[in-house]
Design a protein around this ligand. Structure first.
Ligand code: NAD
Ligand code: DAU
Length: 339
């Protein structure tokens, strides 16, 4: 399994995962369509590595995927490629079904033909809102957005390829990731960029929704562990076990930002805006299975990782400027009022 195809590797989590594998000497090919969310700057430091190759392309292009598998003698595929933002899926669901379902089917077909392992990177959102307790891997699926329904569909299709054709499929479902290189449509970079630009911080509804945050480097390690040790046909939840209300998270990021910059009174930027339709009130995962079977536990302390993340955005204006040409400002204005 030392030759791996990483799809969606120019995105947020995919690029951290790629770095981990490349630096461990694993031969790594990234296939990425470079949508608005893909950014070659995320992989820039890997360009000089001989065991790293980048190919621009779509996971739904079966010919291209097969070519890569044959040319680079790929043994496993790790699929990060997806449309990933819930709000965009509410605006325009179709690309979510195209990439997240049809694209995954192409990868499954290729895995079936060439006898490859396929690790499907999925999400805790497939369980829908978890009002009390913790969702384990057998918790009922109840996706509420076009995004999460596309991910749940892909999971079920992947499992059917395992059951029917014996394809070596394994699935990870992780909680909300944060860290460097996250596209600033997701909440934590939205907060940080709003602070940097002295814009309103849009908090949906009453801000009492809860998410469980995991540092992206921890998730990358967990996915690597599942790739090499996970049992075929199995699902593994991954979480940071750091559950926090959105409004508390905003206040925490503001405090960190104020400490790092010496600025004050930034909580005046908080603005409660229209709620997201079908906004899931809480996600919460049981991680017993990955702990017991694979031996994985997150290691990055939340507050330190959050502080490192804020610092990364403050230090990486070049990266932010590549993003600023994109459409997210207008997108927020249209859906949730002025930022
Ligand atoms: P991202 O939006 O930052 O990156 C997605 C990447 O996929 C981009 O580089 C994009 O160019 C590429 N891509 C999109 N469509 C493609 C296609 N058709 N062919 C090839 N490449 C394509 O996403 P992310 O936040 O890094 O998420 C990666 C994966 O992890 C997704 O499958 C997502 O569902 C899952 N996930 C994300 C989180 C999170 O908190 N971000 C949590 C759990 C699971
Ligand atoms: O849980 C895993 C999922 O996490 C991933 O599968 C998705 O790809 C990823 O986008 C993320 O989904 P969320 O909807 O949980 O993340 P988001 O960053 O969009 O929002 C986090 C919470 O913050 C959510 O309750 C909505 C709220 N929010 C978000 C934004 C962008 C706000 O209040 N204001 C905002 O501007």
């Amino acid at each position: 399994m030392k030759r791996v195809l990483i799809t969606g590797g120019a995105g947020f989590i995919g690029s951290h995962f790629t770095r981990l594998l490349v630096k461990e000497g694993i031969y790594t090919v990234v296939l990425d369509k470079l949508t608005y969310a893909g950014n070659l700057l995320n992989l820039k430091d890997l360009e000089s590595y001989e065991n790293f190759v980048f190919v621009k392309g779509d996971i739904a292009d079966r010919e291209k995927v097969e070519e890569i598998v044959k040319e680079y003698k790929i043994k496993a595929i790790v699929n990060f490629a997806a449309e990933t933002h819930v709000d965009r899926s509410i605006l325009n669901p179709e690309p979510f079904y195209e990439t997240n379902i049809k694209g995954t089917i192409v990868l499954l077909e290729v895995a079936k033909k060439y006898g490859l392992r396929l690790l499907q990177v999925s999400t805790d959102e497939v369980y829908g809102p978890v009002l009390t307790g913790y969702a384990d891997e057998n918790y009922p699926l109840n996706p509420t957005s076009p995004y999460s329904s596309s991910k749940a569909a892909a999971d079920l299709i992947a499992l059917s390829y395992f059951k029917t054709f014996g394809v070596d499929v394994v699935i990870t479902r992780s909680s909300n990731n944060f860290g460097p290189n996250q596209y600033p449509e997701k909440f934590i970079p939205v907060i940080i960029l709003s602070l940097m630009e002295k814009q309103k911080i849009p908090v949906y509804g009453n801000g009492r929704q809860k998410r469980d945050w995991i540092y992206v480097r921890d998730n990358a390690i967990a996915i690597r562990e599942v790739l090499f040790k996970g049992r075929s046909g199995e699902i593994y939840n991954i979480a940071g076990n750091k559950e926090i209300e959105n409004i508390e998270l905003v206040n925490k990021v503001i405090k960190i930002y104020e400490n790092l910059t010496g600025e004050e009174w930034l909580s005046t930027l908080i603005a409660f805006v229209k709620d997201r339709p079908a906004h899931d009130i809480r996600y919460a995962l049981s991680t017993d299975k990955i702990e017991k079977e694979i031996g994985f536990k997150p290691t990055y302390p939340f507050d330190i990782a959050l502080s490192e993340t804020v610092k990364w955005y403050l230090d990486n204006l070049d990266w932010i400027n590549t993003i600023k040409t994109r459409d997210f400002e207008e997108y927020y204005r249209k859906n949730y009022g002025e930022r």
